[in-house]
Design a protein around this ligand. Structure first.
Ligand code: PRP
Ligand code: MG
Length: 214
């Protein structure tokens, strides 16, 4: 009996978690959903699900510890240039944007010259600023980035914007959209042939779900 399973990583908690499980469910794959467990198996498809932290997933794909993942394109752009990108999945749409306090006068990108920017996406911000010829001081923080200007840690922030409510609550305004992102299927560069064959079956099912949703 062939017992090879495709190992898929999905976000442990956070915005992608629910929609990721839902798309698998819509694809007819039922997973014993013990969220306390970090690993679960599908009952009716050769799939093993691992619940991981978003930011760790590119490294797991690179190491070949997981074969595929559902995660935000923005995470791959930040730290997964070598990871293969598969289909876009149509959910978790967001922007990665720069925002400044509402009270700050902002007309153009040059207004960020020499400023302190708090972000969890340093590579993305650096690439964007370098292309515009702007030098700024980055402060890397992992969460609640929007609080930084209010506590005097930074003059501006760069983070994910979805509904815009976090910016609004923190008296910030979005001034530059660096990129747009949504959930995608990401594929390990080291996936073997046997697992690739399972992946093709999974992709076929996901595409049917996506077609039915539009
Ligand atoms: C994310 C992101 C933004 C916010 C954007 O934070 O970092 O802060 O959501 O969404 P909105 O535009 O709909 O308000 P999250 O709440 O996931 O927490 P974290 O920053 O602590 O990771
Ligand atoms: Mg946040």
């Amino acid at each position: 009996m062939n017992t090879t399973k495709l190992r898929i990583a999905i976000q442990k908690s956070g915005r992608l978690n629910e929609d990721s499980l839902q798309i698998l469910k819509d694809a007819g794959i039922s997973i014993d959903n013990g969220k306390e467990q970090l690993k679960a198996s599908a009952r009716n498809f050769p799939l093993e699900v691992m619940y991981l932290r978003n930011g760790d997933i590119p490294q797991y794909l690179r190491d070949g510890v997981v074969d595929v993942a559902i995660l935000g394109e923005n995470v791959l752009i930040e730290k997964g240039e070598d990871i293969i990108t598969g289909d876009k999945l149509g959910f978790s749409k967001c922007r990665v944007s720069i925002a400044v306090p509402k009270s700050m006068r902002y007309n153009r990108i040059e207004d960020l010259q020499g400023k302190r920017i708090a972000t969890s996406y340093p590579n993305t911000v650096n690439a964007f600023l370098a292309e515009k010829g702007i030098t700024a001081e980055l402060h890397i923080i992992n969460g609640s980035v929007e609080i930084a200007p209010n506590i005097g840690l930074a003059d501006a922030i760069c983070d994910i914007v979805s509904s815009g409510s976090t910016l609004f609550k923190n008296n910030l305004k979005e001034v530059e959209v660096i990129l747009k992102s949504e959930a995608i299927l990401a594929i390990s560069p080291g996936i073997n042939e046997e697992r690739k064959a399972i992946l093709e079956k999974l992709q076929f099912r996901l595409r049917s779900v996506l077609n039915a949703r539009t």
